[in-house]
Design a protein around this ligand. Structure first.
Ligand SMILES: NC(=O)c1ccc[n+]([C@@H]2O[C@H](COP(=O)([O-])OP(=O)(O)OC[C@H]3O[C@@H](n4cnc5c(N)ncnc54)[C@H](O)[C@@H]3O)[C@@H](O)[C@H]2O)c1
Length: 375
């Protein structure tokens, strides 16, 4: 069996997915149609097999192409809307990150997905990284004990002004829906809660808008969060620092794990800190700590791994690595961070979806930001 796949959005990512599928890198899938702007037709003719049909008209792509499954690689705002069109046509969906810009329509999309019963996956390609899989495994198996603190500094998403100037929609409330939180850091917002199994319940955040670039959205974020079990966390993201840092540190009752420079270090306590504290009678003692080299095996299959997993789920019922319904968690976190920064108050999760939508509309309508119009 071979699944007939279509791709909508033939930009930077859509082109790379089209090539992977068209060259046969995905077992059990056949690229049969793509939908893009007229300017991308020439690229499709030159780079894809003759039998791949090109559609400029979105409705013809959904209604007449005969595809069974669709990979959506368009800009953020269109994600839920296009996914819902696909579910209504009985298609399986693989959706680029983020799941959407605001939770109000991501919730609608999730309901439509559930009603359709189709296979719905998110392109969270970093979930294929064995480092994060191992981290998740160590936490969920209880090896690290109860979590006390999570800290992620993700400031190595450096972007220059020329990057922001490259498209008129980029880094605007109306076109992009946000800055580093919506565009660069959705992978970390996903991994932050996927690896720990914890979604914060309260957020207080500080965003700086256009701090390092001539843009209207945020390029510098510091969020403080609290979890139901009393743990706290900090998430820091920026596109204005070089070389920047990518360091994820999780402190548990049984030690600490640090992921940095593509390596995982486990500092393991021989006795849990809570137990030690209950029985220790000396002055300045600490629980004994061993530094353990955890072997990391397996391949980081990235985007190709996620597409293959989605196709395997369609054909063989293989469990999804990144179920589509989970995309809302990262959007929820991003919405809470913005809302907290705009209102200067602590925000409880789940975010009030209507309030966030209303405040986002205000940002869009009050925008004075003018960019030179580019394609
Ligand atoms: N997973 C990753 O590693 C990764 C990396 C970069 C970007 N992305 C995500 O991929 C998505 C696309 O990003 P990109 O960098 O390819 O952007 P892009 O601007 O290069 O491509 C998007 C394309 O979609 C087209 N488009 C918009 N609406 C359309 C519609 N209704 N029908 C057909 N085509 C339409 C645009 O004209 C454009 O050609 C975004 O959600 C982005 O956040 C993911």
């Amino acid at each position: 069996m071979s699944v007939k796949v279509g791709i909508i959005g033939i930009g930077q990512m859509g082109k790379s997915y089209a090539l992977k599928l068209d060259k046969g890198f995905i077992e059990g899938a056949e690229l049969t149609a793509v939908c893009g702007r007229l300017t991308q037709h020439e690229w499709a003719i030159t780079n894809l097999k003759d039998q791949v049909k090109f559609y400029e008209d979105e409705s013809a792509f959904f209604n007449e192409s005969g595809i069974e499954a669709v990979l959506i690689a368009t800009p953020h705002y269109s994600h839920p809307e296009l996914a819902m069109k696909a579910f209504a046509k009985g298609m399986d969906v693989l959706l680029e990150k983020p799941a959407g810009v605001y939770t109000k329509n991501v919730l609608e999309m999730n309901e439509a997905a559930a009603r359709s019963g189709k296979v719905f996956s998110m392109m969270f390609n970093q979930r294929t990284n064995p480092l994060y899989q191992k981290l998740r495994n160590l936490i969920l198996s209880g090896e690290l004990g109860e979590i006390k603190r999570t800290n992620w500094i993700i400031t190595d998403w450096y972007r220059s002004q020329s990057y922001y100037d490259s498209s008129h929609w980029r880094a605007t409330w109306k076109g992009d829906g946000g800055g580093v939180l919506l565009n660069q850091a959705p992978h970390q917002l996903d991994l932050w809660q996927w690896t720990t199994g914890l979604l914060p319940t309260r957020v207080h955040a500080f965003c700086h808008y256009g701090k390092y670039h001539d843009i209207e959205v945020e390029d510098d974020v510091t969020a403080y969060v609290e979890y139901e079990n009393g743990a706290t966390g900090v998430f820091i993201a920026s596109t204005g620092e070089a070389p920047g840092t990518n360091r994820f540190e999780i402190q548990g009752n049984r030690g600490k794990i640090v992921i940095e420079n593509d390596a995982l270090s486990f500092y393991r306590l021989t006795q849990s800190e809570r137990e030690f504290n209950a029985v220790y009678k000396g002055s300045f003692g600490k629980p004994e700590c061993w530094t353990i080299d955890i072997p990391i095996t397996g391949e980081n299959t990235g985007h190709q791994g996620i597409i293959q997993n989605w196709i395997d789920a369609i054909i063989k019922g293989t469990p999804l690595l990144a179920p589509g319904e989970e995309g809302i968690k990262g959007v929820e976190l991003a919405n809470a961070i913005y809302l907290s920064s705009w209102l200067n108050q602590t925000i409880e999760l789940p975010v009030d979806a209507d309030l966030y939508y209303e405040k986002l509309q205000e940002k869009i309508h009050q925008s004075q930001f003018a960019k030179q119009k580019k394609v």
